[in-house]
Design a protein around this ligand. Sequence first.
Ligand SMILES: [Zn+2]
Length: 149
Amino acid sequence: MLGTVARKLRILGFDCAYSATIDDEELILAAIKENRIIITKDHQLGSNAKKHDIITIELATHTEKEQIIEIAKGMGWKKFEFNVKNAKCSLCNGNLSSVEKDQIVDKVPPRIAQNIQKFWICDDCGHVYWEGTHIRNLEKLIAEINGQL
Ligand SMILES: [Zn+2]
């Protein structure tokens, strides 16, 4: 499952469509229409996509970290950097906008509302984000990954 990789790449600012249920033909058509690259562990899909001249990265590794490294190498990316201004919604790939605390105070746990000052909201699904533990963990992960690029 590449869903967790897609979620991380979205937070890092990459526009990632993800579906666990879409069939190969539909996925290839969507990639052509939306001008996307295909990242897959499925060799059959990878070969089909290449026949359609779609840039395709076929993953051979299994952990999230190894897979992100494979993607970065495949794309020629030299470094990941977290910048909240570029971050996309990890759930739906929507864009995030800065939001005033009083507008979202009922959508976050009281402890967070009390201790955190800056919040962002997804323009599409309304999910609320703040810089917390998950971002620190992500920064740790990308530091490790950057060390291997
Ligand atoms: Zn969203």
